[in-house]
Design a protein around this ligand. Structure first.
Ligand code: PSU
Ligand code: MN
Length: 330
């Protein structure tokens, strides 16, 4: 079974002329293959948000709406995930449903360290920002949109709970468009860590380079650069590729004003959820999903609505940037 699946993946990859030894486990959807060969704008999308970040049915609805936003803004969406050990670039609707509806214990949250096991054991998984960056880069997609990335957890300087997303941004040349880092994390330390990793971090259409705060527009932290338009971002991305730095770019897009959450209510919910996580001894990769679902419960779903709105907006911005880049008008 393993041989058959992998051989098929290798064969398909050969067909799309992007085959390397690394890629025999990756199957690229024909639409994405065509977009790659025709150099059309493409936006990669992750799947941990579907498998572990949101409840059913909002996870599937959002994933489909996000893909639609990418299309409406002139790019081809490529949602990345793992089905029965095959890494898929461009999940079909059927595959997306399959991932979204699987019981959580049957679907693995896959970061860089999880990929060899999940592929070898023919398991299914949602790819985190780190794993999605790896796969996107391997098939030649340089732009990726999501809600928020992982970061340094509160007390992370003691517990060493620092997301592998940050290290990946330091070592893989993919530009991630997101709403920054969730305020369940330590935002100042996360930005420090990204600086250490050499990641080019910019805000997008945010006055004074104020870095967003996921559910709200202002984290109180500033980053050195602000990109005012998609053309500005495309210009930066072109220089980044020409410099061949081999590290990532992070573009922080604030949540649209009308969807921003009330800061004090969100802060209170985060405190409460953090206290519950500590009381229940939640650790490791379970921390982020636990906090997200508890905050959604405490805020009676308002945090989830904000989350959905910002992901859709980020997908639109990423598609506009990808289009400006390809059109060469950046
Ligand atoms: N932020 C969200 N929802 C999510 C995630 C982040 O609002 O589902 C996921 C992303 O896939 C991210 C991962 O890459 O959580 C980070 O997990 P960890 O902190 O365990 O590295
Ligand atoms: Mn962690």
């Amino acid at each position: 079974m393993l041989l058959r699946k992998c051989a098929l993946g290798g064969f398909r990859a050969l067909l799309c002329r992007t085959y390397t030894q690394n890629q025999k486990h990756i199957v690229v959807h024909p639409e994405i293959r065509q977009a790659l060969s025709q150099k059309q704008p493409i936006v990669a999308l992750e799947s941990t948000i579907i498998t572990h970040g949101m409840p059913v049915p909002q996870n599937v609805e959002t994933a489909l709406q996000v893909e639609e936003m990418v299309r409406q803004n002139g790019a081809v969406p490529a949602t990345i995930g793992i089905i029965d050990g095959c890494i898929k670039v461009g999940l079909t609707q059927e595959e997306l449903m399959k991932l979204a509806h699987k019981p959580r214990e049957q679907v693995i949250k896959c970061s860089r360290r999880d990929l060899p096991y999940v592929v070898a054991a023919q398991q299914s998984g949602g790819t985190t920002v780190a794993a999605t960056m790896i796969v996107a880069h391997q098939v030649g997609i340089p732009i990726f949109a999501t809600g928020g990335i992982g970061g340094v957890h509160r007390e992370g300087h003691v517990t060493m709970d620092v997301s592998a997303d940050l290290v990946e941004l330091g070592r893989t040349p993919v530009a991630v468009v997101c709403s920054g880092v969730k305020s369940i994390l330590d935002i100042p330390r996360t930005l420090e860590y990204l600086e250490t990793q050499g990641v080019c971090v910019a805000s997008y259409a945010s006055m004074g380079g104020v870095f967003p705060d996921f559910y709200t527009r202002d984290s109180g932290c500033k980053v050195p650069y602000n990109l005012e338009t998609a053309a500005d971002a495309a210009r930066l991305l072109r220089a980044w590729r020409e410099l061949d730095l081999q590290s990532g770019v992070l573009i922080g897009v604030p949540i649209p004003e009308e969807f921003a959450a009330d800061k004090s209510a969100i802060d209170a919910a985060i405190e409460q959820a953090n206290a519950e996580a500590q009381a229940q001894g939640v650790s490791g990769k379970e921390v982020t999903p636990f906090l997200l679902s508890h905050i959604a419960g405490i805020t009676k779903g308002r945090s989830l609505q904000a989350n959905i709105a910002l992901i859709k907006n980020n997908a639109a911005v990423a598609a506009q940037i990808a289009s400006a880049w390809v059109a060469g008008n950046g």
